[in-house]
Design a protein. Sequence first.
Length: 278
Amino acid sequence: MTFSIVARSADGESWGVAVASKFLAVGSAVPAAVAGVGAIATQADANVAWKGIALAHLDEGATAGVALQRLLEEDEGRDHRQVGIVDVEGNAVSHTGPACLDWAGGRTGEGYAVQGNVLTGEEVVVAMEEAWAASSDDAPLAHRLLAALGAGDRAGGDRRGRQSAALLVVRDGAGYGGRDDIAVDLRVDDHADPVPELARLLDLNDLYLTASTEAEKVPVTPDLAAELAAFAEARGHRDFHAWVGTENYEMRVDPELAWIDERILAVVRSAPPDRGTA
């Protein structure tokens, strides 16, 4: 009823899961990941307890293969389960129980596991694997995962239809303000076309919750500082930082206003004139 990819980034710093299904809020049930530990997708007749159990095994030093073996040994419903696991070293495993509904199966390679059940056919996981292989190792993991998920969706996906999708990526210190490991945690819980909607949300996540690269930083000269101050004042803010906070652009503007992200500067310069101005 679901197709997913679990993977580690090529640099060994990020782990994540992308998943889609004809199932309400698939992101609440299938994916789990911890930076420096690994990631898991549990699906079909999903045993959601497997998420915490598997990550605990991985955290204790078990490989993905050993963690999977322990899950299967301890669960009498194993024949109805499907799961993909990637460990801290990028070892990957996928299990499809013989009682899973057709088409069901998976593929694994270095750093990734792709799996799905109740699919239109094997072409779904083949397309996902090919899209993963074709994506650049240097691309952000979230974008590689989404590319694979999109390929599976276009190849047919869940044969019952579409409803939800989710994307989870973790990396040490990647969370808001650097206080946790959540780099991306996005869910489309009920939508006619959830994978493209997930892509739209990822673009917003990149804008609001990802720090600017050096190439995106525009130095703030005295003239630009005056322009930004006038922009904020015209919109009723005490200063430009107040406007930044209101619009949630904190990750894209230097606290000391030494630089501003080029995309935020474009927003400023494309904004319509304030109604109170000529």
